[in-house]
Design a protein around this ligand. Structure first.
Ligand code: ATP
Length: 291
């Protein structure tokens, strides 16, 4: 086998709570992660020349050692002492620096792809243990689906798939750094915590309204103050028929949950007409097998 393809799916957080800031500076989290049907395509090809070469359709994304794809490949090559080379081709669709774990998902897809192409014979658990060194979301991205994520993101518990629905995912044209958001979060002063346990119960009951009633993300306390477009997007989605809307991860992407595709599509058009977001998707949750 010389060549293999893989898909990297984006995630959203339907619930995100920060329990405390640990002494080492990391935040202890309690989140519900959900894969959505927006993905990057990757292709991995063995080369005669040693080294890791990345090609991408995205002009601004660096393809050097700072790319998480490179870091993931380099980590596995070093661990296994692989001296052959690989060319990795990326078709980027997941919005960048958006709170959708695009980079982590590319890294996870790279680990899965190279594990197979070079017959490294790592188990998913072993890949997760290696991957967490590169990013807290990587262990989740290696498996995807609906998961409770605790610790810094490395403690994962599978949850039932939510009921069918439609999503509008909108990324405004602003850059929000994850470091800025966590740096400005006062975990000890939070007066509101989302009802994650209630959300888990709603997932078990298969109740969409139980889920949408409990959407909550404490990181909005930082971003909404700084970037009012996030609240504007949430309000517009709700006024256009969303059951509810929320910012994903550290933002600035906002998603709305809709019962009907047509309603989601007209909300997406309204966002476009008002120029509130540069990247807009109408999509669904994705709970298929992560390739
Ligand atoms: P998270 O939800 O984990 O915070 P995010 O969606 O906010 O992730 P990413 O799209 O993963 O953010 O990218 C964050 C930064 O990582 C960007 O500034 C980008 O330059 C860098 N990066 C490195 N490799 C990649 C990659 N393969 N895809 C996207 N970004 C990458």
């Amino acid at each position: 086998m010389k060549k293999i393809t893989g898909k990297a799916y984006a995630k959203i957080n339907i619930g995100l709570d920060v329990l405390r800031r640990r002494e080492d500076g990391y935040h202890e989290l309690k989140m519900i992660m959900q894969t959505v049907d927006i993905c990057d395509d990757l292709q991995f090809e063995k080369t005669a020349e040693p080294g890791i070469v990345i090609q991408s359709n995205h002009k601004e994304l660096p393809v050097d050692g700072s790319n998480l794809i490179y870091k993931a490949a380099d980590l596995l090559f070093r661990e296994k002492g692989i001296t052959e080379g690989v060319k990795i081709t990326l078709v980027k669709r997941i919005p960048i620096a958006a709170g959708m774990a695009g980079g982590s998902s590319d890294a996870a897809a790279t680990m899965r792809g190279l594990n197979e192409l070079f017959r490294m014979e790592y188990s998913i658990r072993e890949l997760q243990e290696l991957g967490v060194k590169l990013g807290a979301d990587i262990p989740y991205c290696l498996v995807g689906g609906t998961m409770l994520s605790e610790g810094i993101g490395e403690i994962l518990t599978p949850l039932p798939t939510p009921p069918d629905c439609f999503l509008v995912v909108a990324k405004p044209d602003i850059d929000v750094s994850t470091g800025f958001v966590y740096g400005n979060l006062h975990a000890d002063r939070l007066t509101y915590h989302p009802d994650i346990d209630g959300m888990i119960e709603a997932l078990r009951e298969g109740s969409l309204s139980g889920i949408t009633d409990r959407l909550g993300n404490v990181l909005e306390t930082v971003t909404v103050r700084e970037y009012p477009v996030i609240e504007e997007l949430k309000e517009l989605m709700r006024s256009m028929g969303a059951e509810n809307a929320l910012m994903s991860g550290s933002g600035p992407t906002v998603f709305g949950i809709f019962r009907k595709r047509e309603t989601a599509e007209s909300a997406a058009r309204a966002i476009e007409d008002k120029g509130l977001a540069g990247q807009i998707f109408v999509t669904t949750f994705y709970n298929g097998i992560t390739e």
